[in-house]
Design a protein around this ligand. Structure first.
Ligand code: C5P
Length: 317
């Protein structure tokens, strides 16, 4: 049986709108997601014993059952017990490049890579929709991470409508190393503060979600109009994170004071990104913010839009 090495890209949210509550306790969302080429590498090696083993080079990523990549392998074992009995377990090695608990779907993309890798290793021949259905059981961002590129995500984030790939823009990501934000906390706090304004009528929910499809941001994306995209960036979760986390608010302000096309927090934060039209502009924006906030705890990454989700790095024998 072969080993596999997969590339698992991070995502940013160009638009994140919270529409209302769901009976499953989650939120009804309308998002525009974008893959970037900052990526983890996930290696899968078959084991002759019936064990799932996880290794990661990052101290904050648990190498145990709490790891989303472990949970993805466990789900595959539960779904395909005879195949697991025939082929045995797997050793998962995560080379973490994406910052953890940062609003960049780092854990979700690793889990998506495990689903794709085990599908290949166990020769299951699952379709993309079948993999997405499995992924949705583990986390709302996983169906998007499987497909990647540029996509509208609705429902709890698991209903994906891919747009034509756009890979011409760059982003600078800024994140304080020791700052992490719990996604569950961000959504719960939003519900407490803004729940009164949630859309409760099913028809209005559907039309609000549909508005994103025909809205100006999607038009700007199709036209590759960076100035418009920069002006139309939106994230409702900023309303709860910026007032409670001054470092994030200051970082956003510092990005705003550069010549970047636009700036926004990604997902539930605390990563803030600045949209740029070229790598040279991204490096200049990074330099300006580094000078404005000379904090050694503040990390930066320059990354390019990517039109791909989980990819095979190379089949290892
Ligand atoms: O789906 P995932 O496990 O990534 O979500 C993490 C947490 O974020 C959930 O437990 C929930 O509290 C919140 N969430 C939400 N509505 C969504 C997605 C996430 O309330 N659509």
């Amino acid at each position: 049986m072969r080993s596999y090495s997969l590339i698992a890209p991070a995502k940013i949210n160009l638009h994140l709108e919270i529409l209302g509550d769901r009976v499953d306790g989650y939120h009804e969302l309308a998002m525009l997601m974008q893959s970037i080429d900052l990526a983890d590498t996930i290696d899968l090696h078959p084991l002759s014993t019936d064990i799932i083993r996880v290794h990661c080079n990052h101290p904050l990523v648990p190498p145990d059952k709490g790891n989303l990549a472990y949970k993805a392998a466990q789900l595959m074992v539960e779904e395909f017990p005879e195949v697991f009995a025939r082929f045995g377990g797997v050793e998962i090695t995560i080379n973490k490049q994406i910052p953890v608990a940062a609003g960049l779907a780092g854990g979700s993309t690793d889990a998506a890579a495990v689903l794709v890798g085990l599908d290949m290793m166990w020769q299951l021949g699952l379709t993309r929709p079948e993999l997405q259905e499995l992924g949705a059981k583990l986390g709302s961002d996983i169906p998007f991470c499987l497909t990647g590129g540029t996509a509208i995500a609705t429902g709890r984030g698991e209903e994906i409508d891919s747009l034509l790939g756009i890979d011409s823009f760059y982003v600078v990501l800024g994140k304080y190393r020791r700052l992490t934000i719990s996604t569950a906390w961000a959504y719960q706090t939003y519900r407490t503060q803004f729940g009164h304004s949630y859309v409760r009528n099913a028809e209005r929910l559907a039309s609000s979600a549909a508005r994103v499809h025909s809205g100006p941001l999607v038009k700007a994306m199709i036209n590759k109009d960076g100035v418009q995209i920069g002006q139309l960036l939106h994230n409702d979760l900023e309303k709860v994170v910026l007032p409670t986390t001054p470092q994030v608010a200051q970082l956003k302000e510092a990005f705003q004071n550069t010549g970047a096309l636009g700036t926004m927090m990604s997902g539930s934060g605390p990563t803030v990104f600045a949209l740029c039209e070229s790598e040279a502009q991204a490096l200049e924006v990074q330099h300006q913010v580094r000078v404005a906030i000379p904090d050694p705890d503040l990390d930066f990454w320059v990354s390019k839009f990517s039109n791909q989700g989980i990819q095979l790095a190379s089949p290892v024998s």
